[in-house]
Design a binder for this molecule. Structure first.
Ligand SMILES: [Zn+2]
Length: 183
């Protein structure tokens, strides 16, 4: 068995196959292939999302989901959705590492609580605004009523009467105007 295997290996490496069955390997392997110690090919499905300069991204995702699952998920998706799927899985893997019990569900419920609290605060602030607006409207109405009650009747009364008195005085006795003013 061992002998046969060795022979086969030698044969395949000694004589390159005439038709290249696999894509040529790239110069610098992606983080996934580097960590998995495998040949990174041009059409490597993980390469666009796991660049060699960020090995931790793959390590975390691989630890939680496994490389084969990551590959399977990406292969089943259209290319346009793969980047979002990777960032989602990396996010979930990070959350699972921080919180092994609840993972990203813990973060989601925490954020949901925060949203609820903020919505309550917003509702209270909006009620306060409505209250203040009605108070302001009431105040404005009161000011208008007071102005109308005090200023307009007062003007009507005093101005017209005084004017009439003065004018009638002038008409009656224009010569004694100085006398009238000085008294
Ligand atoms: Zn690769």
């Amino acid at each position: 068995m061992e002998h046969c295997y060795t022979d086969a290996t030698i044969t395949s490496s000694s004589y390159p196959s005439p038709i290249p069955l696999r894509s040529p390997s790239v110069a610098s392997p992606c983080a996934a292939c580097k960590i998995l110690r495998r040949r990174c090919v041009e059409k490597c499905v993980l390469a666009p999302y796991f660049p060699p300069n960020d090995p931790l991204k793959f390590t975390i995702a691989h630890r939680i989901f496994g490389a084969s699952n990551l590959t399977k998920v990406l292969q089943e998706l259209p290319e346009a959705e793969r980047a979002d799927a990777v960032s989602s899985m990396v996010y979930e893997a990070n959350a699972r590492q921080r919180d092994p019990v609840y993972g990203s569900a813990g973060v989601i419920s925490q954020l949901q609580n925060q949203v609820n609290e903020l919505q309550q605060q917003l509702a209270m602030a909006q009620a306060e605004i409505v209250n203040m607006q009605s108070q302001q409207a009431n105040l404005m109405a009161l000011i208008c009523i007071e102005k109308w009650q005090k200023k307009i009747p007062h003007q009507h009364h005093s101005y017209d009467n005084d004017y009439q008195t003065n004018m009638s005085f002038l008409d009656e006795n224009p010569g004694s105007l100085l006398e009238h003013v000085s008294t």
